[in-house]
Structures are given as structure tokens and as C-alpha cells.
Write a protein of this length. Structure first.
Length: 268
């Protein structure tokens, strides 16, 4: 093997090893010293689910249209919340990740771009736990299991590309503008409420339906519900639309990060 080829392989192995160590450290630090440990990754979304179900179904008596994938509001809500939670957790935690790891970035030759990637992979572990719980509950309560569930990893990949791309942008901005995380919190709050998680898409006024077409999370929420609660064949049109959003965010985020990365060591 030529010297450039050998250097490339060594660099690839180094990055993969470093990424694995970062994911393991991040996952362990989130739950170290906790009596419940990794179960907190399930407890938090379940408490949110119970709260929202109480407010929207019990108090506000929210109902679902007859043509929805299910009439069980709790399942409808939780299946739609899963992709949003993975995206939100990755982006929010990525925003401050470079500042929190400034000791590594300023003192060593460190590939800073893998930090948001490691956060996504760590969040994905909690996501898989919650997804397994949902599949078990769906199978036990409504006796439903579709082989199209096996396509969910493809949607997880798209969430990852999109979330990491956005994560690269906000994390690099946070290095220079420390208000970025606060602005992001406001943006994500608005983004959450214009995503059809709490309500079905039919309740959106006709003049505002364009929001759904411009919101990649709306496609992902719909896809998760269809895969988990129905036998509908995946829409390749929707998949390609989300794929376009995800790849665009990933490429733009990567270029943006690469441009701002040059000054990280000086600012941090």
C-alpha cells in the first residue's frame, strides 16, 4: 500500500475509534451515578406523553379523523414524537458541544466535526430503546406489526443527516455567538408547534398547508406513524423529498462548519 493510502486508512481508523469513544463517554456521562440509569431515556418521553395525553385527550377531548392510522391518541402522539425527539435532542445538545469540549479542540489535533455526529449516535441509542417500547406496546395493545417497520432505519439515517447538518451550523455559530443556543431554543419551540405531532394534518387550515410541505419533520412524523401503525406502503416521493432536505442540510452544514472551524482554536 502506498504511503498516502496507508495514511488515509490510519486516519479513518483513528476517527472511527475516537467516534466510538465519544459516543460511549457521552452515553455513560448522561446517566452515570443515576439509580435508574439508561431508563431515564424512556422515563422523560413517557412523562411528556402522559402529560400531553391528559391535556389534549382528557381535558380538550381531542379526537382523530376516521381515516387516520389509529384512533388511539396516545399511540398517535408518541409515534409522531419519536422522530422529533431524536432531531431535537441532537440539535440542542450539538449547539454547546464544541464549547463544552474546548479543551480537546484547542490543545490537540482533534476532528471537531465528529462531536455532533457522536451526539446523534448517542441520542440514537435512547431513540432505539423508546422505539422498541413503542413497537412492543403497539403489538400488545392493537396486535399490529408490519414488515414496513424494517424500513425505519432509512428514516433514522435521514434524521441523522439532517440533524447533524443543522448541528454543525449551530455548534460552529455558538463558538462565535454565545446567544445561538438561546435563539435555537426559540426556533425549535416554534418548529415543534408547526409540526403535526399533537394534531393531525387535516386540522391545518388550507392556506397554511404549505408549512407542511416546507417542513421535513412533517414528512418524518407521517412516515413513523405509517410504518408503526399501518400497513401503508412507504411513499417514495416523500422519502426523496426528505432525502433532498437531509442531504442539503448535511452538505451545507459541513461546508459552513469547515469554513468557521479555522478560527475555533483562537476563539475557544
Amino acid at each position: 500500500m502506498s504511503i498516502p493510502g496507508r495514511h488515509f486508512v490510519k486516519n479513518l481508523i483513528y476517527r472511527r475509534t475516537l467516534l466510538f469513544q465519544l459516543v460511549r463517554r457521552d452515553f455513560e456521562q448522561r446517566f452515570v451515578g443515576s439509580a435508574a440509569g439508561w431508563l431515564w431515556g424512556l422515563i422523560h418521553p413517557l412523562v411528556l406523553l402522559a402529560s400531553w395525553t391528559f391535556v389534549f385527550q382528557v381535558c380538550l377531548r381531542t379526537t382523530l379523523p376516521a381515516n387516520e392510522v389509529t384512533q388511539n391518541y396516545s399511540l398517535f402522539l408518541f409515534c409522531g414524537f419519536l422522530p422529533w425527539l431524536l432531531f431535537q435532542e441532537t440539535v440542542i445538545r450539538s449547539a454547546s458541544s464544541l464549547v463544552e469540549n474546548s479543551n480537546l479542540i484547542t490543545k490537540t489535533v482533534f476532528p471537531a466535526e465528529i462531536v455532533p455526529v457522536s451526539i446523534f449516535l448517542s441520542s440514537l441509542l435512547s431513540h432505539l430503546l423508546a422505539l422498541g417500547l413503542v413497537i412492543a406496546v403497539v403489538g400488545f395493545t392493537v396486535k399490529h406489526f408490519s414488515l414496513w417497520m424494517l424500513s425505519l432505519p432509512l428514516y433514522m439515517l435521514l434524521i441523522g443527516l439532517f440533524a447533524v447538518g443543522v448541528g454543525w451550523i449551530v455548534s460552529s455559530l455558538q463558538v462565535y455567538l454565545r446567544d445561538t443556543a438561546q435563539v435555537l431554543s426559540v426556533v425549535l419551540t416554534l418548529w415543534f408547534w408547526i409540526t403535526p405531532i399533537m394534531i393531525d394534518e387535516e386540522r391545518y387550515p388550507g392556506r397554511l398547508r404549505f408549512i407542511l410541505r416546507l417542513n421535513p419533520l412533517a414528512f418524518l412524523v407521517r412516515a413513523y406513524r405509517d410504518r408503526l401503525l399501518s400497513y401503508r406502503i412507504p411513499s417514495w416521493r416523500d422519502f426523496l423529498i426528505v432525502g433532498a432536505y437531509a442531504l442539503t442540510a448535511f452538505v451545507v452544514g459541513g461546508l459552513f462548519f469547515r469554513h468557521l472551524k479555522r478560527g475555533f482554536a483562537d476563539v475557544l
